[in-house]
Design a protein around this ligand. Sequence first.
Ligand SMILES: Cc1cc2nc3c(=O)[nH]c(=O)nc-3n(C[C@H](O)[C@H](O)[C@H](O)COP(=O)(O)OP(=O)(O)OC[C@H]3O[C@@H](n4cnc5c(N)ncnc54)[C@H](O)[C@@H]3O)c2cc1C
Length: 534
Amino acid sequence: MGMVMPISSLEPLHCDVLVVGSGAAALTAALVTSAAGLSTLIVEKAKYLGGTTAWSGAAIWVPANHHAAAAGLDDNTDDALAYVAAAAPSGWAATEAPLWRAFVQQAPRMLAFVEAHTRLRMALTTQADPLATLPGARMVGRMLSPLALPRRLAGRFRHLIQPARPWHLFTFQEMLACDPLRRPIRAGICHAPRLLWRLLTGARAQGTALVVGLLRGCLDQDCQVLLNTPACALIIQDGVVQGAVVRQKGRMRPVIARRGVILASGGFEWDPSRRERHFPGMPCLIASPESNTGDAHRMVEAVGGQLARMDQANWSPGIPTGDAGDLSAMSVYFHQDPAAILVDRAGRRFVDEGDFNLGALLVRPAETGEGPEHLPAWCIADRGLLHRAPLLRWFARRRRSWITCAATIPALATRIGLPKASLDETVARYNDACRTGIDALFGRAAKGVPGMAPIGPRHVVALPLIPTFVSTKGGPRTTDRGQVVDTTGVPIPGLFCCGVAMANPIGSRAVGAGTTIGPNMTWGYICGRSLVDG
Ligand SMILES: Cc1cc2nc3c(=O)[nH]c(=O)nc-3n(C[C@H](O)[C@H](O)[C@H](O)COP(=O)(O)OP(=O)(O)OC[C@H]3O[C@@H](n4cnc5c(N)ncnc54)[C@H](O)[C@@H]3O)c2cc1C
């Protein structure tokens, strides 16, 4: 048997399916295989379950879903396919079209399956597809998020789910409706009875609910779960993956998986060398757990698998938290305030600040080839932003150097090294647009989020807008059944990959607010089904 690592004397573990990771992709895959009667072992490297998923808002993009149908909203997989195809970078159809088709066909089935096999209950959100002018887009009906669930459903794991910050007391739908990050008191009063009930019962929403619900479903189907147990290498014999070597308490242990291995170990953003190779020179922060170090990528390379789309990532703005060193951050759209704009190194606005795909735009390379076109970028705001955004204020206190304050715009420009005249003119022009209610430059909406309100002229602040990895989106190239392929494109028997670990067929530009978790769960579902169906 070809092993990539030496093995100590620990007895092998046996199962039908080994699932690596415990985020939404992994748990959905494990739910499918265990519900079909296959003995399923989930190994998680970290001391907590749930990965980035547990920290997330759990907004889930699932086109043509049964909730939309029940609400009488028109949608279908053909339109969803047209939308995904229209949003894709040019040339991607040649390799990704079969995966787009598999995704739009299986996503509604995945959602129905998850609700039928867990206590998760989803509800639609009010969000539109962000690329609303593309063919097949919908103004509502594709975005969902779970209702709150008590943590105690996770049984012995109830205190072992990645602790979310903020605490997921509000559902995603409530976040959209009353914006507790900016108006905590009003939001608290609005939802007081529900919040009290959640505090008393330990119920939580968003990513915590998603992980609790999926995990409970897996435990009900007798899945085994091991924490602090990283998969380190694949076991391969005669070209067929037979399992993996895991590390338990510092000792190696083989896991023999009779049907196959599903890799769902997240992105490679915490692997400095791979990050530098695929995002050279990019200033960045990272908003995922530190355990996402691209282990699937390494394991797949070691058995001759193919990696693809390695320059793709889910980006957002972020606030440095310093939790796990200088790079660790919280993914927050802190700049979305009426009295805030984004400017580039020339002191000019470059985007509608409400643009959902801001992250991908921030890292877009300049045509000259000299790094990202808009970096370094800054959020220039009225000082009142710090008061309107308590979360920002909290982190600003912990990292004072992150925020630059000044009495006037020219003084601020000097402090952060932007051309004074240019920044002054940009702010004046934006303030004029606030008076007329028309942003002729980028069409920013005067109402809604972020809205428009004048900045300054006195007491202004600047915050660097550093691209923040939510996750990388490149990895093992797979077939439309989730099978990992080798460098010649031939599937490696017994090896599957899903979630942000896989080569993502959609890429950096999001087609919906939940365009990572919806597809991640769907690819988990597809991998699980492929193993069940053989
Ligand atoms: C604050 C925040 C809000 C977000 N909100 C949304 C949202 O509303 N909608 C949306 O679509 N996306 C959102 N995202 C992004 C989304 O959470 C992630 O893209 C998604 O959850 C990734 O899922 P995954 O299952 O692929 O990986 P993860 O959830 O990251 O899970 C990977 C797991 O694998 C484990 N692992 C790594 N290596 C090994 C190994 N060798 N052995 C065993 N285990 C291993 C990791 O420890 C981790 O637990 C958000 C992200 C953040 C940070």
